[in-house]
Ligand binder design. Structure first.
Ligand code: NAD
Length: 327
């Protein structure tokens, strides 16, 4: 089966070629993002393998189906970027990687917390510049602090376990509470109460019509003054201009983002020679208490290996008529 991997980076090529590639699967790596402009590259490819910022809206899916594609194999857990009704109408099967390493993402959320709390991003630059002063670098002990976990699926539960290890008090919000999270001592409360009582809030829920802009001007005003917000979920879980207002007023004390609502045009590309056209992101990057990473939470060796192997297994099972991990 001819398989085209859009948005493929060097690390994707390495992890797929190191995996157990079925003999009838022919892999072609394409660094370009899947868009209406690049969809023609997939003509005669039975399988298209896509990542999170690829365009899988109806017009692109229609063009893929017309060009002979039959399977969309997502290299991600999230599928909010796929027009599923259109895929169904066109007879395109969509499969995903439901779990590759919840540790990769949960540990990155913790890395953002630690960087922001202990100002590692500033200390790194300061010492490299020969400035060995400590003013402005005061942090806080994590032990005893209240951490709110929004979404306690695989990643949220793993994150909760790590924070329990720091000696934090855990609050959680999820329409489907998890016994394993309660067993850590977490209390499930309504979202407003979790936001109001937590010093650190970390988002681990999927993006859908109920969670879009879950964190907005109103929910920010209900948080503790100076709280820390971490988003490794999806960019549109938060209303970014509202975050900027809250940072300017001091209502939000720290912000760690691995995802950004408008990331599709920016992330995974080297744009260091170009003027940044996105004024909202440009403003965010001016705050000393903001750390932005470019959707790298998934990027561990273990996660890449699991993504590659599960994707290849998904393709093999679909070809054998026993599809797995369907969306
Ligand atoms: P999961 O399906 O195991 O867990 C999601 C949890 O969110 C579930 O328990 C669900 O009940 C809960 N939920 C649903 N609606 C909710 C709501 N309105 N409020 C609160 N909770 C709600 O998914 P997961 O594997 O833990 O992944 C979570 C999200 O993390 C994914 O949807 C994806 O968007 C994101 N993610 C990001 C990266 C990254 O690199 N930054 C990588 C993988 C996943």
């Amino acid at each position: 089966m001819r398989t085209l991997l859009y948005s493929s980076q060097t690390y994707d090529r390495e992890s797929f070629l190191a995996a157990d590639v079925p003999s009838d699967v022919e892999l072609h790596f394409q660094p370009a993002r899947l868009t209406l402009d690049t969809v023609a590259l997939a003509d005669q490819y039975e399988v298209v393998c896509a990542f999170i910022n690829d365009d899988l809206g109806a017009p692109v899916l229609e063009r893929l189906a017309a060009g002979g594609t039959r399977l969309i194999a997502l290299r991600s857990a999230g599928f909010n970027h796929v027009d599923l009704p259109a895929a169904k109408r066109l007879g395109l099967e969509v499969v995903r990687v439901p779990a590759y390493s919840p540790h990769a993402v949960a540990e990155h959320a913790v890395a953002l917390i630690m960087s922001l709390n202990r100002h590692l991003h500033r200390a790194y630059n300061r010492t490299r510049d020969g400035d060995f002063t400590l003013h402005g670098l005061t942090g806080f002990d994590l032990v005893g602090k209240t951490v709110g976990v929004v979404g306690t699926g695989q990643i949220g539960a793993t994150f909760a376990r790590i924070m329990a290890g720091f000696g934090c008090r855990l609050l959680a919000y999820d329409p489907c509470p998890a016994e394993q999270v309660e067993a850590l001592g977490a209390r499930y409360l309504p979202l407003e109460q979790v936001l109001a009582e937590s010093q650190i809030i970390s988002l681990h829920c999927p993006l859908n019509e109920h969670t879009r802009h879950l964190i907005n001007r109103q929910s920010l005003s209900g948080m503790q003054r100076g709280a820390m917000l971490i988003n490794t979920g999806r960019g549109a879980l938060v209303d970014t201009p509202a975050l900027i207002e809250a940072l300017k007023s001091g209502q939000l004390g720290y912000l760690g983002l691995d995802v950004y609502e408008e990331e599709a045009q920016l992330f995974f590309e080297d744009r260091s020679d170009l003027p940044l056209q996105d004024d909202v992101l440009a403003r965010l990057l001016t705050f000393p208490n903001v750390v932005v990473t470019a959707h790298q939470a998934f990027l561990t060796r273990e996660a890449l290996g699991a993504i590659a192997q599960t994707t290849l297994d998904n393709i093999r099972c679909w070809a054998a008529g026993t599809p797995q991990n369907q969306v």
